[in-house]
Ligand binder design. Sequence first.
Ligand code: MF3
Ligand code: CO
Length: 274
Amino acid sequence: MIIYKTDEQVELMRQSALLVSKTLSVIAGTLKTGITTLSIDKMIGEFIRDHQAVPSFLNYNGYPFNSCISVNDVVVHGFPGKYELKEGDIISIDIGVILNGWHGDHAYTFAIGNPGNAVMELIRVTKESLYKGIEKAVAGNRIGDIAFAIQEYTEKKHGYGVVRELVGHGLGKNLHEDPQVPNYGKRGSGTKLKEGMVLAIEPMINLGDRRVYTEDDGWTVRTKDGKPSVHFEHDVCVRKGRADILSDYSIIESAELANPELYTEKKNETAVAG
Ligand code: MF3
Ligand code: CO
């Protein structure tokens, strides 16, 4: 059952999504080689609780941490732990909050130092594919239009592996609501999009083969071929003509650019130009 949101509810959800964006931007300023992923998770939990919210992933279906931190070949749902970030790692940080009863849930992938051109391109293309999907999140289209746009750009155009086992989702008073939002599918297929639908769109794209497996911990999803995987997620509200993106990457990107430990293609361009 799809639960449509009123304009007032969408504004509350924007606050929830923005709290996740703010958390990610603060974390972006602290990322560097040598820190453990568990220390990042602790900061995330503290920041969220300092802002009158709770981390929604903690205890969700028994999930034992505040956030999901997925490094290199971990696709999603990585456990924070003793692992220390090193030069050339890529790290997806996925955060959920409940603020005033409403969920925010989104994710961003960072490069610690330079992981090389192939991986930087995977990061760029995955982020671009998210926006290509969002362009289709308008009233009158169908879920398959979002799915097709993401798959077409990542798989067909760039030859990457689109993860099939995990999908995006509706978002509201619950972390996972209908409809499911796959990153692969047929144009014009699936549920019709209507104003007031709030969706978490989240491409999970592999540099190599699309196949994944879940570790014995029951959560950590890894690529079968051991190659890296990238994950970006936005919360969007379906509207007529143009989707309303509730989360905000601009503050995360500013923090990313300001942190000399993080690599972005923009910095590369500046370096070449300068
Ligand atoms: N963004 C992920 C999702 O939508 C995060 C969920 S992790 C969990 O499924 F721990 F909460 F399950
Ligand atoms: Co999600």
